[in-house]
Design a protein around this ligand. Structure first.
Ligand SMILES: [Zn+2]
Length: 164
């Protein structure tokens, strides 16, 4: 999936497992069928050693902590769909435009999750907050629609001082 390629670009910071220097070069890579992970042969320009890494997308390792405290595996498609829905509902705009925008918002949110806590887990309320902020950059009424879509969302956003 395209989204993952973008997220993976963060990985150029990958450190050498032998000498801990960053800036390893990818000698070759291959993706595995029926798996979203990518195997890469990496070469360290500092110590000259070569090693293999297995990279998976942020979404694959990300868990969402629900409001009742339970953990659920993050589903990229589900998250994307919720954003696409609010962007496209009540608009006469092209569905392709909405999809493109939804993808940008999804990636912007995921990137922040990833950079903040290595993408291991995120609370539902944090996802709502980040999504709301990203949507507001595009259009305030869209962000408002997202916030009022469920009672939980609006309650959370009001608590965080985003909506009054
Ligand atoms: Zn090295």
């Amino acid at each position: 999936m395209l989204a993952y390629d973008y997220i993976l670009s963060y990985d150029v910071l990958m450190k050498c497992i032998y000498c801990q220097q960053s800036g390893t070069e990818v000698a070759n890579s291959r993706s595995v069928a029926r798996d979203t992970s990518i195997w890469r042969r990496r070469h360290c320009s500092s110590c000259g050693k070569t090693f293999t890494t297995r990279e998976t997308s942020v979404g694959d390792n990300l868990f969402v902590i629900k409001r009742n405290g339970s953990r659920q595996r993050f589903v990229y498609e589900k998250f994307f769909a919720s954003i696409y829905f609010v962007l496209h509902t009540g608009k006469k705009s092209d569905s392709g435009d909405s999809a493109k925008m939804a993808k940008e918002v999804t990636l912007a949110v995921l990137e922040q999750v990833f950079l903040n806590n290595k993408g291991k887990e995120v609370r539902t309320s944090k996802l709502i907050e980040l999504t709301y902020k990203e949507l507001r950059k595009i259009n305030r009424s869209v962000a408002f629609a997202y916030g009022t879509y469920s009672e939980y969302r609006s309650k959370k956003l009001i608590q965080m001082g985003f909506m009054v």
